[in-house]
Design a protein around this ligand. Structure first.
Ligand code: ZN
Length: 381
């Protein structure tokens, strides 16, 4: 673009001086409203359930969970690996449990980070285990967040990981990188027998029956990877956190094969309560739209051990991705290959940055108009 004259630069600076107070005021107000809405949310009461969640929960285009159907998924039969480091497959000698009023959350230390690392084909980089938590229902046919052909499972476990490109879960959530987090979702179905891998967590729940701010240490061995099903066939898609503020930063992996949970183990989850003593149950968000999204079903997934530091990685994961093939075609036209700058896929509509720029420009002109109007009114008096 040709450079602008001095007069234009002065105009721009004056424009900013005039409009900055309005912008600052509006941003502060917006932040306060967002906090007010985000602080109080729930699943089962009309005044605060999922339909009232604000921000990206309402405006997002890649929200989670979703319903998996034959129609909205693309099946792939090529061999794909999920790799876990040695620590991931070892039992931890203790863990921490918390009842936060929305779910039962497990982490391995006081901080939500760990030495458990996974990667795999099409992930692009490795992910660090942060925490796991559950969603469960009041009846056998509901409770999971994701559904299959419209049918729910009694519960769903989420193993939350963040990209090793970031220092913390919080940083990864705040980046707006659509692959900042990797969450593994596991369905549960009622069985006559206990799930032994789940039992340490079931015992821990009895120690946090009521919501508390504190984490409780549990000295029972827990093997996180034993919670995975043997058959790793999975759905994968780009989506969001399923709780406010619903950030679209998650590459989702949901396993098709459900793992067992006995009735008494399910009862333990249903016995937990919030600070008011109200049962925590049906703590799932309903499925969201999959319009304009690709959802893959990977039929041939194998589990492997990830090489440790210093070990030769003879067959590193495929960094390239079928997701990016379409994206690359778009990028090569635009002269950019940075995935982080193209977080919303290859849709032909305007990007988020363009929308924000247009909105900001509109806002600035509106502010100037108001300023002129106010000045005119006072001068008229
Ligand atoms: Zn969850």
């Amino acid at each position: 673009m040709p450079s602008q004259g001095k007069g234009n630069r002065l105009d721009a600076s004056a424009m900013m001086r005039l409009t900055l107070p309005y912008i600052v005021f509006t941003l502060i107000c917006a932040k306060n409203f967002a906090n007010a809405a985000g602080d109080h949310w729930c699943y089962t009461q009309e005044e605060c359930d999922a339909h009232t969640w604000s921000g990206e929960c309402q405006t997002g285009k890649q929200q989670s969970p979703i319903d998996f159907t034959q129609k909205n998924t693309i099946q792939r039969n090529d061999a794909v690996r999920l790799r876990f480091n040695r620590k991931y497959s070892d039992a931890q000698d203790h863990f921490m449990v918390k009842n936060n009023g929305h779910t039962i959350q497990i982490q391995l230390g006081n901080d939500i980070t760990s030495d458990l690392v996974m990667d795999g084909d099409y992930f692009k980089g490795s992910y660090r285990f942060s925490q796991l938590h559950f969603h469960w229902g009041s009846h056998e046919d509901k409770g999971s967040e994701h559904t299959v052909n419209g049918n729910g499972y009694v519960a769903e476990l989420h193993l939350v990981h963040y990209s090793n490109d970031y220092k913390s879960l919080k940083e990864a959530v705040g980046t707006k990188n659509r692959r900042g987090l990797a969450v593994l979702g596991i369905f549960f179905e009622i069985s006559n027998e206990d799930n032994h891998a789940l039992q340490p967590i079931v015992e821990a729940i009895s120690r946090v029956k009521r919501q508390e701010d504190d984490l409780v240490r549990v000295d029972i061995p827990l093997n996180v990877s034993a919670l995975l099903p043997n058959d790793l066939s999975l759905w994968r898609y780009y989506g969001s956190l399923t709780t406010p503020s619903c950030n679209e930063v998650v590459v989702w992996t949901v396993f098709k094969k459900a793992v067992p949970i006995s009735r008494s183990q399910w009862e333990a989850f249903k016995a937990s309560a919030d600070t008011k003593g109200k049962s925590i149950v049906d703590n799932y968000r309903p499925p969201q739209s999959t319009i304009n999204r690709k959802v893959y079903f990977l039929n041939n997934v194998n589990r492997e051990r990830m090489p440790e530091a210093g070990e030769d990685d003879r067959s590193p994961p495929l960094a390239d991705s079928f997701y990016e093939n379409a994206q690359r075609a778009v990028n090569s036209k635009a002269g950019s290959s940075d995935d982080k700058n193209n977080q919303h896929g290859s849709n032909s509509g305007p990007g988020r940055a363009e929308v924000v720029n247009s909105a900001l420009t509109g806002f600035i002109f509106l502010s100037i108009f108001l300023q002129v109007l106010i000045t005119t009114v006072f001068k008229c008096r």
